[in-house]
Design a binder for this molecule. Structure first.
Ligand code: HEC
Length: 128
């Protein structure tokens, strides 16, 4: 009987404590791209930027979409965004500011996506 009681207490305690255990979700490691750093990762338009557009933008930004300009579909995006890029002041580029994480566009970049877009522009906005 005593054993059972102890078991019960342990079981209850176990449940109570396991309720407090939570999965630690590591915050997204912030991406910082310094264009003046020769060792900085090179952002690829094709591999880093286009997938962001695909995931967050093309639902509206395509021919026949709610907003056809800029058309951000994979094969057209590069040729369509030059007008939204400010190569003198990358952070003023509309392709970067419009869907800013703290802005009010219907789709927003995550902090890291914004850093990638800014880094890509600062590195020369190449079709790479
Ligand atoms: C739900 C639909 C929708 C989604 C998703 C969306 N947009 Fe837009 N976007 C619009 C609309 C509508 C406008 C026009 C109104 C305005 O300027 O806010 C616009 C305007 C813009 C403009 C300015 C275009 C111009 O001609 O002045 C840019 C740049 C832009 N969006 C970029 C993006 C990017 C990059 C993404 C993805 C991260 C995105 N948008 C996702 C609907 C959307």
């Amino acid at each position: 009987m005593k054993k059972n009681k102890i078991f019960l207490i342990v079981a209850v305690l176990g449940f109570a404590l396991s309720g407090c255990v939570y999965d630690f979700v590591a915050p997204e490691a912030p991406i910082v791209i310094d264009p003046d750093d020769p060792d900085a990762v090179v952002v690829s338009f094709e591999n880093d930027i286009v997938p962001i557009f695909q995931a967050k933008c093309v639902s509206c930004h395509k021919v026949g979409g709610i907003k056809s300009t800029p058309d951000l579909t994979a094969d057209k995006a590069y040729n369509n965004i030059s007008g939204y890029i400010n190569s003198t002041t990358p952070a003023a580029s509309e392709i970067y500011t419009k869907p800013s994480p703290d802005g009010n566009h219907p789709a927003k970049y995550s902090t890291n996506e914004a850093a990638l877009v800014l880094g890509w522009i600062a590195q020369g906005a190449e079709n790479n």
